[in-house]
Every structure is written in C-alpha cells, then in structure tokens.
Design a protein around this ligand. Structure first.
Ligand code: UDP
Ligand code: MG
Length: 339
C-alpha cells in the first residue's frame, strides 16, 4: 500500500454546504468497507491510546473490512496529535475528521455519518465508559436481521446528578415524541446504513441523533451493555448542556410545547378575565383591600410570557439556521486514505 501523504485543497461541495471542508490529507486504498465505527472525541488525551488499542484489537479480530472515523471536536489538549500519529500507524483503517472548533458530541457524530463508507455503522464514545469489546455483540444482532441495535446501560456509572438528569430527559423525550427506546444517551449503538443516510438527509441543525435514527428504523432492538466509570478525563456535560439537550429534543421533534403553551395562555387569560370581574365586583360592593394577590398574579403572567418568548425563540432559531443554511460544523482537515 502506498503510504505517500499528499495535501489537497478540497473543492467546496456544489450542493448546499452542510459542513465546510477546508483541507484533506489522503493516501490511496481500494478496500470496500463493511463496518464504520464513528467516535466523537473532545479532549480525551488520557483515553485515546487505550481506546484505539482495544478497539483495533476487537475490530481486527472480526475479520471484516472496517474503518474507524474519529471526529475531533476541536480538542485543545494532545488528542489531535495522538490521532495524527495513530493515523500514521494505521492509515489502513483510521480516518480522522478535525473540526475547527467545538460543536458538540452530536454534531461530531453527524459529521462522521456524512463520511461513512460501511454498510453497518457503529457509534461509540471515546471515554471507554462503554466497552469496545462489546461491538461484536451488536454486530451479531445486525446479522440476525435487526436494523438498529441500541445499547442501554445496565448499571449506569455516572454521578447522581448525571444519571437522574438524563433519566428525566429520557422521560420527557418519550412522552413528547412518542419514540420508544430504552436509553437514548447510550452511544454504543449499531445501525444499518440506510438509517444513517436518512439521518444525514434531514439536515438538522441540532439533532438528537439516537431518537431521530430510532424513527427511521424498521426493526430495532435494545440490548443491555456494560457501563463503567470514567477512568480518565472529565465528563464534557454540565447543567447548561443538559438543559440545551432537553430543549433540542422537545422543539426538534414536535410542536407540542408550542401547542401546550397556547393552551396554557388560553386557560390563564380566561382565569384572569374571571379574576378581573371578581375584583371589579368586590370594588363595587366596597370589599377591596391589599395588593399581594395582584402582584402574584402579575408575576405569574410575566413568567408565562417570558417562557413563551423563549419557546418561540427556540423554534425561530431552528428555522433561521435551516433557512440560511448555516454550516453545522466546519472541517479544518481530514486525514484519510482515498477510496
Ligand atoms: N464529546 C465531544 N464533544 C463535546 C463533548 C463530548 O465530541 O463537546 C465526546 C467525548 O469526547 C466523548 C463523548 O462525546 O467521546 C461523550 O462525552 P462525555 O463522556 O463527556 O459524556 P457523558 O458520558 O458524560 O454523557
Ligand atoms: Mg461518558
């Protein structure tokens, strides 16, 4: 295999830009890929070596043609350097997509999805909380005929806050979207290619990929997978990011929040109409004192209005990004062998 690296400026796609690609480094290969593993990775310098070693060992043993696509989500530690040297060592299977900044785990996965070559696509986190060694179990289920295999974490090893926040988000998602799946936050999953193609086609700006994919699957199955504590590095999620995900989920999949809001608005305005007439009546018969209730009422009304404006903003923001075809991410560089 020729290992000569060449630097090429990539032509910007003629179709609508989804992610911009600025530069590609390529070498040649003629392999037909059967399995693509997509891994979003952000500041995981402590995990890259062990992850790649365990993953490649598992994948090599499967004896099928595969590729591993790392999407470096703007890491600022040694992750990118480590990925470069990994690519040099195993450019037969490794591809690296490097973003110009941090766009978030789900956008990174989407970028990976846009580049997959395999008929089956597996996603995995880089933090080793899920075991790369369990990938063959998922692939076995795909061979049995399932088109989506979702892992669910048997015993979740995250702190109390993360576990319960995520349970709550799971619950909101299930009731607002009607999409039934055990654990949308578990990234150890396998998909048949057609599902991934559909996900890519949606051109979502802020997608909850696992739930979206579940919608496109015809024959999905959930299977239990191991979940261990993070041994190195920190969770990249904080309260703000979790709240963002909950909003993405709600506004991305349904108009229900907007409709619920309209109904709340109607109920409150009828109630305040009645309240107004009661107060007016009291005033007329001269039994009127104290403003406490008035203030409470005004605050309640204000909070509803602010919440409503926020919700409208969520939908407007999504429409805005869709209309102006804002790229969801910008790719600074791609390390890969040419097909
Ligand atoms: N990640 C990413 N971009 C981000 C945050 C996280 O690519 O902005 C990656 C991270 O490197 C890991 C995966 O997404 O591979 C899951 O992140 P993390 O383990 O922090 O999430 P948690 O397990 O706490 O849900
Ligand atoms: Mg994790």
């Amino acid at each position: 295999m020729s290992e000569k690296l060449s630097v090429k400026a990539t032509k910007l796609k003629k179709e609508k830009p989804v992610g911009l690609e600025l530069k590609k480094i390529k070498t040649r290969t003629t392999n037909i890929v059967e399995i693509s593993v997509v891994i979003p990775i952000f500041n995981e310098q402590e995990n890259v070596d062990q992850l790649s070693e365990r993953l490649l060992k598992t994948m090599d043993a499967i004896k099928k043609r595969y590729e591993v696509i790392f999407v470096d989500d703007g890491s600022s530690d040694k992750t990118s350097t480590k990925l470069r040297s990994l690519f040099k060592r195993r450019s037969d299977v490794i591809r690296v997509i490097m973003f110009n900044g941090n766009y978030g785990q789900y956008i990174a996965i989407l970028a990976g999805f846009e580049h997959v070559r395999g008929n089956v696509v597996v996603t995995l986190d880089a933090d080793l909380q899920n075991l790369p060694e369990e990938i063959p179990i998922l692939l076995g289920k795909i061979d049995e005929g399932y088109d989506l295999v979702g892992g669910y974490r048997m015993k979740r090893q995250d702190n109390f806050f993360r576990t319960y926040a995520s349970k709550m988000v799971n619950h909101i998602r299930a009731s607002a979207t009607g999409i039934i799946m055990k654990d949308h936050g578990c990234m150890l999953r396998a998909y048949k290619r057609f599902i991934i193609d559909e996900v890519v086609k949606t051109r979502e700006t802020s997608t909850f990929i696992t739930a979206l994919a579940q919608k496109f699957a015809g024959n999905p199955i959930d299977i239990p997978v191991t979940h261990v504590e993070r041994k190195a590095g920190d969770s990249k999620y904080n309260l703000y990011k979790l709240i963002r995900i909950a909003f993405d989920l709600l506004t991305g999949f349904s108009l229900i929040p907007l409709q619920v809001f309209t109904i709340i608005g109607m109920v409150i305005s009828s109630a305040s109409g009645i309240y107004f007439f009661v107060e007016l009546f009291k005033k007329i018969i001269g039994n009127h004192h104290g403003y406490g209730l008035h203030f409470a009422f005004v605050f309640l009304l204000l909070s509803v209005i602010i919440l409503g404006v926020g919700l409208l903003g969520e939908y407007l923001g999504r429409a805005y990004f869709a209309v102006c075809e804002h790229p969801r991410f910008v790719i600074r560089e791609i390390l890969e062998k040419e097909e």
